[in-house]
Ligand binder design. Structure first.
Ligand SMILES: Cc1cc2nc3c(=O)[nH]c(=O)nc-3n(C[C@H](O)[C@H](O)[C@H](O)COP(=O)(O)OP(=O)(O)OC[C@H]3O[C@@H](n4cnc5c(N)ncnc54)[C@H](O)[C@@H]3O)c2cc1C
Length: 321
């Protein structure tokens, strides 16, 4: 099987590569070869000559500069696809990566799966899995139709050490295939909007979350004080924000921020599926709720059945966790 990994044009390329490699390696056999397609500038690739896995036989650079137009990305990728004819193309897991995978498969007339987090072999078939219904269910597809285009789960980037991607060794063929420079004729003009900063909740290591069960503004103020003392980020459930306990841009969940802290402590949050979507990537989830049957207790690492404000009072007397 020939496999191509299409990396994002910018951003955390080593992290994206590590996630792609972890996903694709279970389906690679001894004779399979992997090509890396790097639309972005090769300069962003970290240097460590011995780090590329052995199956990688070919690296292609596009050296796209500045703003990458979707039409240019699809033209470049389509050109590579018809030249190298991989059996499986794995695209990066951003919205642009999902879009590219779907459009490319429509043009090539081959199957496409998006938001995939695991690939396995099932005899001749490729088993692909993705999370659905706010990650409560796992959807599995078995297909033996190749070629196929697959986009990784959104935001699937793995933390990696200093260097994973590298300048290829002499045994790896490396070439540059020029990035298309002509603009599509439907593009009449382009303007840049001021970029918005990343929401700090996305990168917080310690996250406290207030829910509707906090019940009153005094309890909310105590939670704010606790977050300040502990140097923690503070977020809210949607019901809490709707009740005026905190700002709407600090809501975590399906319609808010997706956080991935090391530790997350919720106070008076029931644990609705739409909320959990925002904290399920937390390494450790702790909950305080008066109701033992609250759904949050079914998915947290540890919980306290108690009044949230009383627990906050106790924690305010403690040093940082
Ligand atoms: C399309 C859609 C998208 C949504 N997106 C989001 C989203 O992004 N984020 C989000 O949060 N929600 C979202 N929601 C809403 C979500 O479904 C829930 O309604 C919401 O998360 C509930 O917030 P809550 O847990 O604070 O409130 P509740 O569900 O009302 O829970 C309050 C909890 O507090 C407990 N409690 C009561 N008193 C105390 C006390 N004194 N001490 C401790 N615990 C106490 C109760 O037992 C209860 O479990 C979305 C809904 C929809 C339909």
């Amino acid at each position: 099987m020939r496999v191509a990994l299409l990396l994002p044009p910018c951003g955390d390329m080593p992290g994206a590569f590590a996630a792609m490699w972890e996903t694709v390696s279970p389906v690679l056999g001894d004779a399979d070869t992997v090509a890396l397609w790097l639309p972005g500038s090769g300069q962003e690739v970290r240097v460590e000559l011995s780090a590329l896995p052995e199956a990688v036989s070919h690296v292609v650079y596009g050296k796209a500069q500045g703003c990458v137009l979707p039409e240019q990305a699809i033209r470049w990728t389509e050109g590579l696809y018809s030249r190298f004819r991989p059996d499986l193309l794995l695209c990066y897991g951003s919205i642009a990566g999902q879009e590219l995978a779907v459009r490319l498969s429509a043009r090539l007339g081959c199957p496409c799966l998006t938001q995939i987090f695991t690939l396995e072999k099932g005899g001749e078939a490729l088993l692909a899995k993705k999370k659905v219904c706010s990650s409560y269910l796992t959807w599995e597809s078995a297909s033996s139709t190749f070629p196929a285009v697959i986009a990784l789960q959104k935001r699937r980037v793995m933390p990696v050490g200093d260097a994973v991607l590298c300048v290829p060794k002499h045994s790896i063929k490396s070439e540059e295939i020029p990035w298309p420079t002509e603009r599509p004729d439907y593009l009449l003009g382009r303007e840049s909007l001021e970029s918005t900063e990343q929401n700090p909740l996305e990168t917080a290591q310690l996250l406290l979350v207030g829910g509707k069960g906090l019940g009153n503004k005094v309890a909310c103020d105590k939670l704010r004080l606790l977050a300040q003392r502990w140097g923690a980020a503070l977020a809210w459930s949607r019901q809490a924000a709707i009740n005026g306990f905190g700002p709407l841009d600090a809501v975590v969940g399906q319609s808010g921020v997706i956080a991935a802290p090391k530790r997350c402590i919720t106070f008076g949050v029931s644990g609705a599926a739409a909320f959990l979507a925002g904290v399920e990537a937390a390494e450790r989830l702790y909950a305080v709720n008066t109701d033992l049957d609250a759904p949050i207790f079914r998915c947290c690492d540890a919980g306290i059945v108690a009044d949230a404000e009383a627990v906050i009072d106790l924690l305010l007397q403690k040093e940082k966790v």
